[in-house]
Design a protein around this ligand. Structure first.
Ligand code: B1M
Length: 211
């Protein structure tokens, strides 16, 4: 088994310390960072996301795998010169105004990062004005909004209207999710997509940038 295969296996198993050691080993042995990501982390997170969708892997295991990947990525990221890393797209994500829940948001962000996107996480309790200024600053193709409360899910509609009024709706595809969100709610408020879980979010985001 190559060191890259070992990185993949250790990531799936959520072995953070082992992943860091293996990443350093791979770099010392002259492996390219692209291979560590493309043949190690991305397939690992694909397997984890797929397993989650099928009900074979649960949230805690998915979280430790995603954290293991992020630990390894921290070693690799400084090695990229600014603008050098090739991403499949840029994804901006935040929990809407009034909503402090971030476990699902973090999971979605980490899995999307693991699938090859650049992820800009703008945190929780994000107002429409903050979404707009972050879109202007970071120019993402995709914007993800999360809400866990029935009282805050309406903020998504407020945000979409504000983004429209700001004249930047055509620049972004908006994907929404969170426990109280449904496809019919997404249709009703004019979101481009809804994902029921983090694995589905990855597939949908890949489809949105390809379309
Ligand atoms: Co809160 N809370 N909470 N809470 N909390 C819920 C959501 C609740 C259902 C509990 C209950 O009463 N049974 C309830 C909401 C009721 C409702 O609105 N109908 C509730 C409430 C009422 C509250 C407070 C108002 C309680 C109070 O203070 N009186 C308060 C509100 C705070 C606020 O936001 N302003 C509050 C506070 C908290 C804590 C701070 C204690 C904590 C949050 C910690 C944190 O996030 N850092 C907390 C927690 C942990 C929960 C529960 C127990 C778990 C939520 C969670 O993290 N789930 C939750 C009850 C429950 O769901 N069983 C509850 C795990 C997470 C991985 O799932 O976030 O659904 P989830 O994400 C999934 C999918 O939804 C999807 O993918 C994820 C992974 O597959 N997904 C997306 C999520 N975002 C997506 C975005 C996408 C696509 C998919 O695209 C962009």
């Amino acid at each position: 088994m190559t060191v890259i295969d070992q990185i993949k296996e250790a990531t799936i198993s959520g072995l953070s310390k082992k992943v860091k050691v293996l990443v350093q080993e791979a770099l010392d042995a002259g492996f390219k960072v692209e291979d560590i990501i493309g043949q190690g982390f991305i397939p690992a997170m694909e397997i984890v996301g797929e397993g989650f969708k099928k009900g074979e892997i649960f949230i805690p295991e998915m979280l430790v795998a995603a954290r293991a990947m992020q630990g390894g990525m921290k070693i690799i990221e400084p090695l990229f010169a600014p603008g050098e890393r090739k991403y499949i797209g840029k994804f901006l994500i935040g929990s809407v105004h009034g909503d402090m829940h971030d476990i699902g948001k973090n999971l979605v962000g980490m899995l999307i990062q693991g699938s090859g996107f650049e992820v800009i996480d703008i945190g929780v309790d994000v107002t429409a004005a903050q979404f707009i200024s972050a879109i202007r600053e970071h120019q993402p193709q995709l914007v993800g909004m999360c809400a866990l409360l029935t009282t805050t899910m309406r903020e998504m509609e407020v945000n979409i209207k504000a983004i429209q009024e700001a004249g930047i709706r055509d620049q972004v595809k908006i994907i929404i999710g969170g426990a109280p969100i449904t496809q019919s709610f997404a249709d009703q408020i004019g979101a481009d997509a809804y994902a029921s879980d983090a694995g589905a979010a990855v597939e949908i985001c890949k489809g949105l940038v390809a379309s």
